[in-house]
Design a protein around this ligand. Structure first.
Ligand code: NAD
Length: 734
């Protein structure tokens, strides 16, 4: 059984249909590409075949290459992996080039057979690279279909000719959002952009594609880039307009990525160098840069965390064995920033929500948040008026706890005060049925302590959302000491309903995400106190791949929140507290009202509108610049080790039980250098022996917080990697 089949109809059109066996969506494997190539060769050689239509037996065309295959390609490529990869990629190019040339005479470009692609729905990655090799792309008018090349999002780029073909078809400037940002479009937008050729009613798709093939028999179908008079749209690099594009693109990419993402750099190189040579040589250049990206450990780490493991977690990899716990009616207590966001994402997913606050105004304001977001969607034509009113109708704002009757899950998001939370818990428990699960969205308070306000602590759990709730993909599910499996299953099923990626962690100070992000922020502040140039700190962080420097992130989350957390930590830790150096910077700033962006004053200066203007000039006066500045690498390592060693400690202590959750949670929760695949992947890239040695050196220079955890030392001695030891997801640190 193969994924492609061919039928030749009465008019002599060969229909090659892609229908991956046992899968709801087509994804390309190396075997299926070989099958396609063999069928194309057969059709081209068959005199009875006048032309070809490549289509899908499913409602979509294809979701792309099977990323599990890409992740394994390096390992499977033999003793000389770069050569093996290059040969494999050139094999893909030959197959797609065979479609594109379709039997033409190499000299005259004549005599080829027309090849159309009929795309019924979504066409992503190689699922678009194959159509791009055809002579004409027809897409069904299906507004839900997504068309695009999202490879860059998992650390690679379109490497089956998609990069070279799109640039030659559209010009580098027009192609850049699709290649560099992985922008996806619906069929009409893709046609308007020039990616596909025709959008037709779904019922006419095959007829139109076939009619075009039959009408094109005997005509010159060579692609523009195979003709002598080809000029690249927008100009090649040495053309005045092209020059601007290439210089500009390079600057733009570096401004965004700070050079931290190998795939973006390699893509730019492939585009630029490819634009200087003919098409076949450009394909070779594309292949070499693609090999370069695949050989870089960043790509396999990104694919592993951002695709394979994220998908596994989304599907409930760590869900306890309990019957379906899908939420039917949700109660949200506290309609502030978080509660309002939680109500919105739930209602948007079709769940009825009772939104409780202490006053009618506050509850109504919480619902108005959803209205605002939906209205924005309407004005951008992403949401219909009907969907907006349906969603809003699902949210009932109230002050009456009795309305919670029938809710099977409660999420509490009132003030971060144990007494207020305890009182709310008791009121809720009295109002809902005995089976309801109670979740708190606390960011700092121990779940096991809060659970004492409930008579059923096994039904009490933490579901920690991140702000803004509608945008942040991660939810951290926290098991208290007495939390039962049904509560965990409920939280996981809820996360799935609302399309979030969950991680499940055990109850300990700051859970997982905040536990790791605080040392990052603190390390940045410590360096300010030491006289390290603040711009070095901020740029080093971004060049290491962090989305925001630590000082900017503190400004965003607010300096008074930092002070509040520091005071609470100090009270809880007593003599073991070690962050006085941080407090000496933060406390005076908070006292002076420099609270961050919300106060239009913090580590950065802001204008009246709250727009960031650059680092606060007086910072240098307050903390004079040290004569000797650390190297860029030293600053980057301090910032990345501060987070990663904390992640290892969380694993060692059993807060994390699965490194996949540690890596995915870090990228989705606080943007840990995505190019690295997360803190555990980063340590694996460094190698445990180097990581342990470097941590020791940092500890000797900067303090015990960098002392390598025992687990890391042990792994260094044994020459182990985290993924070799714990990668299956079931392993515990012990
Ligand atoms: P907020 O101040 O914006 O909202 C709290 C809401 O709770 C207010 O509308 C308030 O009127 C209501 N409330 C207070 N007491 C109440 C009571 N007894 N009954 C009903 N309603 C009551 O706060 P927030 O930022 O939404 O945070 C809420 C919770 O979420 C806190 O526990 C916080 O730690 C946690 N959290 C916040 C963030 C964040 O970034 N803000 C992130 C994750 C978790």
């Amino acid at each position: 059984m193969t994924d492609f089949s061919m039928q030749i109809d009465a008019d002599g059109v060969a229909i090659l249909s892609w229908d991956a066996q046992g899968k709801s969506m087509n994804v390309l494997t190396l075997e299926s590409l070989r099958d396609l190539d063999a069928l194309v060769a057969q059709a081209l050689a068959d005199d009875a075949v006048k032309g070809l239509v490549i289509t899908s037996g499913k409602k979509d065309f294809a979701a792309g290459m099977d990323l599990n295959v890409i992740a394994r390609m390096k390992e499977d490529a033999g003793d000389e992996p770069a050569r093996g990869l290059f040969d494999g990629i050139m094999g893909m190019h030959h197959a797609l080039r065979r479609i594109e040339r379709a039997g033409m005479d190499p000299k005259t470009n004549r005599g080829g057979k027309p090849v159309a692609c009929a795309v019924p729905g979504t066409a992503l990655g190689i699922g678009l690279e194959i159509p791009l090799a055809c002579h004409r792309i027809f897409a069904a008018d299906n507004p839900r279909a997504k068309i695009g090349l999202p490879e860059i999002k998992v650390g690679i780029f379109p490497g089956a000719g998609g990069t070279t073909r799109l640039v030659r078809k559209m010009g580098a400037m027009a192609a850049s959002p699709f290649l560099l940002e992985g922008k996806l479009s619906d069929p009409n937008a893709a046609r308007a952009a020039g990616i596909i050729d025709e959008v037709v009613p779904p019922t006419e798709l095959m007829d139109r594609a076939k009619a075009w093939v039959l009408a094109s028999v005997g005509t010159d179908l060579s692609k523009p880039w195979d003709r002598k008079d080809y000029r690249m749209p927008g100009g090649a690099p040495y053309h005045p307009a092209g020059y601007m594009t290439y210089v500009g693109a390079s600057a733009m990419v570096n401004a965004k990525t700070f050079g931290a993402f190998p795939a973006a750099k390699a893509l730019l190189s492939a585009v630029y160098e490819g634009a200087l040579v003919n098409f076949d040589n450009a394909l070779k250049i594309e292949a070499r840069w693609f090999v370069n990206v695949l050989m870089n450990p960043s790509s396999s780490a990104m694919i592993r965390s951002l695709f394979i493991n994220m998908q596994a977690l989304g599907k409930g990899a760590n869900r306890p064995d309990a019957p379906d716990q899908k939420v039917r009616k949700l109660g949200v207590i506290g309609a502030g920033m978080m509660g309002a966001g939680i109500a919105y994402v739930a209602a948007n997913a079709g769940i009825d929500v009772v939104l409780v606050d202490s006053t009618d105004e506050a509850a109504a304001k919480g619902k108005a948040h959803s209205e605002g977001l939906l209205q924005k969607g309407v004005s951008r034509r992403k949401v219909t008026e009907e969907k907006k009113s349906e969603t809003l109708a699902r949210i009932t704002p109230t002050t009456d706890y009795a309305m919670l009757q029938g809710c099977d899950l409660i999420v509490e998001a009132v003030f971060e005060d144990p007494q207020v939370k305890a009182e709310v818990t008791r009121k809720v428990v009295a109002a809902v049925g005995p089976d309801a699960i109670f979740a708190t969205n606390t960011s700092t308070l121990p779940i096991s302590d809060l659970a004492t306000a409930s008579d059923t602590p096994d039904q009490f759990i933490g579901i920690h959302f991140f702000s803004p709730v509608d945008k942040m993909q991660l939810v951290e599910i926290i098991r208290g000491k007495q939390t039962g499996d049904r509560a965990v299953a409920k939280a996981l099923d809820f996360a799935k309903q609302i399309g979030k990626t969950p991680i499940v962690v055990n109850d300990a100070r700051f859970f997982y995400a905040n536990r790791c992000i605080i040392p990052y922020l603190n390390e940045g502040v410590r360096m300010v106190a030491e006289g390290v140039s603040p711009s070095l700190i901020e740029n080093a962080a971004k060049m290491a791949g962090m989305p925001l420097g630590p000082l900017q992130l503190i400004d965003e989350t607010s300096i008074d929140l930092g002070v509040k957390i520091a005071k609470a930590t100090m009270a809880a830790m007593g003599d073991a507290y070690r962050d006085e150096a941080v407090d000496r910077v933060l406390f005076p700033m908070a006292d002076e009202g420099r609270l961050g962006r919300k106060a239009k004053a913090g580590f950065y200066a802001y204008d009246d509108k709250g727009e960031r203007q650059g680092l606060w000039p007086d910072l240098a006066k307050r903390f004079p610049r040290a004569a000797q500045q650390p190297t860029l690498q030293e600053v980057q390592e301090r910032l990345l080790f501060a987070q990663s060693l904390e992640a290892v400690r969380a694993l060692e202590e059993g807060v994390l039980t699965d490194i996949r959750e540690g890596d995915v949670g870090a990228i989705l929760g606080w943007g840990f250098a995505p190019w690295s695949g997360g803190p555990f992947s980063w340590l694996d890239i460094l190698g445990a022996p180097y990581a342990a040695e470097r941590a020791e050196e940092l500890a000797a220079t900067h303090g015990d917080r960098f002392a390598p955890p025992q687990l890391l030392e042990e792994m260094a001695e044994r020459g182990q990697s985290f993924y070799a030891r714990f990668g299956s997801g079931t392993a515990k640190a012990a």
